[in-house]
Write a protein that binds this ligand. Structure first.
Ligand code: GLV
Length: 335
């Protein structure tokens, strides 16, 4: 009997074809995520769930799915999954690290440039018929990016990829991380700083930490008040790492100069969010990894991980490696 995998929403064809080679696929071919009730109804008899970051995989879902062996998420973030509980139940979690690193770093850099050089404001000025002077010495002035100081919070894969780009812009690079990354300090020429000092020194601050209980509201009123009035904050990680209310206040009252945001405390961003009214903010709709190539590769990588587990082999993109001790691979083998 083939293993049964529930795919929560429309995914790139390449991943679907791969899953279909080995599994019976319950495919919910719809772009929006399923409702909670629909997920609960769909997972009762499945061996695997293929999900995205919009579907919360918590205790209730896991308990509703007695045959469940593996959850594959088409994301590098796993904050939507109760990892501890899943692990305790012997459920393997596979995700998509590495394959979206460069694409997400590209977007962080794009936001940095767009915010500092007022690219979106300029575009709006033209479209709204407000470009009246061909050129003026003081028109639409922004901040240089090249040669400035960049503070990276979280020097993991994506943080390091942002640092590599920043080197090409001749930036001075600082980082803060819960772990000192000495090998990267030498390779990238980055300098470790405690968070308060990094906030005080940097012209640009780019966040690249996962969302955990420790990183929730890591950047809050106190931290925003430490930043320079000319500083620009970039967030392509997870919205709740920044206290959005405090950020709005900081942007309105000029504690900092601007922000480039791809992620928000609530997504989609509510239409009445005060961020929408602020001219010194560039907003993108959680598209850090959204290139054709990268989304295909992410989709495929999550599927490969699921299949590996169901073959009783350890995938390289296994998130909770300790699960192997709780439920050995040979006991999940179905293919
Ligand atoms: C996107 O936010 C991801 O976690 O892959």
């Amino acid at each position: 009997m083939k293993p049964i995998v529930y795919v929560t929403r429309t995914i790139p064809e390449v991943a679907l074809a791969l899953l279909r080679q080995y599994c019976e696929v319950i495919y919910r071919d719809e772009v929006p995520p399923p409702s909670r009730e629909e997920i609960l109804r769909s997972v009762e008899n499945v061996d695997a769930i293929y999900c995205t970051l919009n579907e919360r995989m918590d205790k209730e879902i896991i308990d509703t799915s007695p045959r469940l062996k593996v959850i594959g998420t088409m994301s590098v973030g796993v904050d939507h999954i109760d990892v501890e509980y899943a692990t305790s139940r012997g459920i393997y979690i596979v995700y998509t690290p590495g394959v979206l690193t460069e694409t997400t770093a590209d977007l962080a850099f794009a936001l940095m440039l767009a915010t500092a050089r007022r690219v979106v404001e300029g575009d709006r000025m033209i479209r709204e018929g407000r470009w009246k002077l061909a050129w003026a010495p003081t028109m639409m002035l922004g901040y240089d990016v090249h040669g400035k100081k960049l503070g990276i919070i979280g020097l993991g894969r994506i943080g390091a990829a942002v640092a590599r780009r920043a080197k090409g812009f001749n930036m001075k690079i600082y980082y803060y991380d819960i772990m000192r990354r000495r090998e990267l300090e030498d390779e990238l020429g980055v300098e470790y700083m405690e968070l308060p000092q990094l906030l005080k020194e940097s012209d640009f601050i780019s966040i690249h930490v996962p969302l955990t209980a420790e990183t929730k509201h890591l950047i809050s009123e106190k931290e925003l008040r430490m930043m320079k009035p000319t500083a620009i904050l970039i967030n392509t990680s997870r919205g709740p790492v920044v206290d959005e209310k405090a950020l709005v206040k900081a942007l309105r009252e000029g504690w900092i100069a601007g922000a480039g945001l791809d992620v928000f405390e609530l997504e989609p961003l509510p239409a009445d969010s005060p961020l929408i009214e602020l001219p010194n903010v560039v907003l993108t709709p959680h598209i850090g990894s959204a290139s054709y190539d990268t989304r295909n590769r992410m989709a495929e990588y999550a599927a490969e991980g699921i299949i590996k587990v169901l073959k009783g082999e350890e995938p390289e993109n296994l998130y909770n490696r300790e699960v192997v001790k709780i439920r050995p691979l040979h006991s999940v083998k179905m293919i």
